[in-house]
Design a protein around this ligand. Structure first.
Ligand code: BEZ
Length: 232
């Protein structure tokens, strides 16, 4: 939010608004916020907060030069076709508009990811093929942003070990569904317990608290007035 520096009256697109709690903060600051998310239940929750929220995927943005800024938190690592999304963000911004975001970056949840993949491999699956996340390096993302036409003002990886509110199983059942899709209840429970056992010595501290090995990628970029090379 500090990096975005929202001003009252600005028209801002929240890309991947989730339940809208952060979006509401922008609205309360006097911004005219449009919120989008690909999840129906999340948009229902955002609408209950009185927000202008719609079910739209990040790869399907059809706005045209109408936003002062596009903001996104903890979402871009779920978007596989990053270049398609970036072209849509670029189109949505007014000239001089800003794109400010934070998402999982290179190395994010490396220990969790490794345990999930290896436990699948041990069961005869291709674990890597089930990884749903894209955790780019700053270099990789800066190149994509510039190719889409942006000037990159800042971009950095920020290691952020994050204490979890409950057991790691809860985190896995929320964010790692892709790994055990199609499993029976018994196979799923067996898989999750194995992953938990592998991770316990790595991610559980002396007080018994689970701490996820998050790394964030945070950037601010500006839509320059020149057209992008790749989408011309
Ligand atoms: C996150 O919400 O920040 C996140 C989700 C899945 C994997 C890593 C991070």
């Amino acid at each position: 939010m500090d990096l975005l520096a929202p001003k009252p009256g600005e028209r801002i697109l929240d890309l991947g608004c989730g339940d809208g709690v952060l979006t509401k903060k922008l609205a309360d600051l006097g911004c005219e916020v449009v919120a989008v998310d690909s999840s129906v239940p999340q948009i229902e929750a955002a609408r209950k907060l009185g927000l202008n929220a719609s079910v739209i995927s990040g790869e399907e943005l059809l706005y045209n030069e109408e936003f002062d800024a596009v903001f996104s938190n903890a979402v871009l690592h779920w978007i596989k076709r990053a270049d398609v999304m970036l072209a849509g963000v670029y189109r949505s911004l007014k000239p001089g508009g800003r794109f400010v975001a934070e998402c999982g970056g290179h190395g994010c949840v490396h220990k969790i990811r490794t345990a999930l993949v290896q436990a699948l491999d041990r069961r005869g699956f291709d674990g890597e093929a089930r990884v749903p996340w894209y955790f780019p390096t700053p270099g990789d993302y800066a190149t994509r942003l510039e190719r889409a036409g942006f000037r990159v003002d800042s971009i950095a990886l920020i290691p952020r070990p994050t204490p979890l509110p409950a057991d790691i199983i809860g985190w896995l059942e929320t964010f790692a569904l892709n790994f055990f899709q199609g499993f029976s209840d018994e196979a799923r429970s067996d898989y999750l317990q194995e992953v938990r056992t592998v991770l316990e010595p790595q991610l559980r501290d002396a007080d018994g608290r689970w701490v996820a090995d998050y790394v964030r990628l945070r950037f601010a970029a500006t839509k320059t007035c020149e057209q992008s090379q790749s989408w011309r």
